[in-house]
Design a binder for this molecule. Structure first.
Ligand code: KIV
Ligand code: NA
Length: 277
């Protein structure tokens, strides 16, 4: 399968080809994503919650993102990898934003970065694109703003909120973003935005009208047994299979049925005899 590029995504939209994106945080999940043939891998800062156990994405650092992106790249050499700009890495100054994003590309090997926010981020986005760093936008529920938004909840429900997201989407396209994630917004709003844009929208909790979809790998695989928001579709129940497998192993160890003869290594009789002397 040919590697999808940021440029090809707009053609996919024009050709009404839907885009599949999934998160990956390490070598094995990247291999799974690539083997499954997804178009795009997101090294999301959701890794803070999903694989590091934090309550929010706020504790995630640039170093964390670089560390995980490197592992993902080793597992997915032929898939476009987008890395999230974590909390405060794109909001302090233009220079810091470019430097932090530059590290994602230069040190970690990401193909592009994603950052949260609308009109307030336009200068940063333009500076990144000027530095030849492709940018994916992220509107609607932007989890790094959880304390400002008052929780992980549906955005753009009233006219002012919907208008703001709609206008922000147009401005992000104008600034040069190659795609925009729309998270937790009403389906009709996401559909309207998708119709008005030339660049693809990638939805999560934004309905079927988007050009593509993104889900957290561990959510769709059911690797955790945590609460799942209703926009997640669980394609497997890995948590139960994993607990069952580890429980069986533990039982086998305790009752002596593991390891069996096929898992052991022998030794020449004479060596053992000499050893015992
Ligand atoms: O971090 C993440 O996983 C994301 C997606 C939910 C879009 O930003
Ligand atoms: Na994210």
């Amino acid at each position: 399968k040919e590697k999808v590029t940021t440029v090809k995504l707009a053609d996919m939209k024009a050709n009404k080809q839907r885009i599949s994106m999934v998160t990956a945080y390490d070598f094995p999940t990247a291999k799974v994503a690539e083997a499954a043939g997804v178009d795009l891998i997101l090294v999301g800062d959701s890794l803070g919650m999903v694989v590091l156990g934090h309550e929010t994405t706020l504790p995630v650092t640039v170093e964390d993102m670089i560390h995980h992106t490197k592992a993902v790249k080793r597992g997915a050499k032929h898939t476009l990898v987008v890395t999230d700009m974590p909390f405060l890495s794109a909001n302090v100054s233009i220079a810091d934003t470019v430097r932090n994003a530059g590290r994602m590309i230069q040190e970690a090997g990401a193909d592009a970065v994603k950052l949260e926010g609308g009109r307030e981020m336009l200068e940063e986005i333009r500076a990144l694109i000027r530095a030849n760093i492709p940018v994916m936008g992220h509107l609607g529920l932007t989890p790094q703003a959880v304390n400002k938004l008052g929780g992980f909840k549906l955005q753009g429900r009233d006219l002012d909120g919907a208008k703001r997201i709609y206008e922000d989407a147009l401005r992000l396209q104008e600034a040069g973003c190659f795609a925009i994630v729309l998270e937790l917004v009403p389906m009709p709003l996401a559909t309207l935005i998708t119709e008005q844009l030339d660049i693809p929208t990638i939805g999560i909790g934004a309905g079927a009208g988007c050009d593509g979809q993104v889900l957290v790998m561990h959510d769709l695989l059911g690797i955790t047994n945590d609460y799942m928001p209703r926009f997640v579709k669980k394609y497997a129940n890995m948590y139960e299979s994993m607990v069952d497998a580890v429980r069986s192993y533990t039982q086998d160890v305790r009752d002596g049925s593991f390891p069996g003869p096929s898992h052991e290594f022998g030794m020449k009789e004479e060596i053992l005899a000499a050893l015992k002397k």
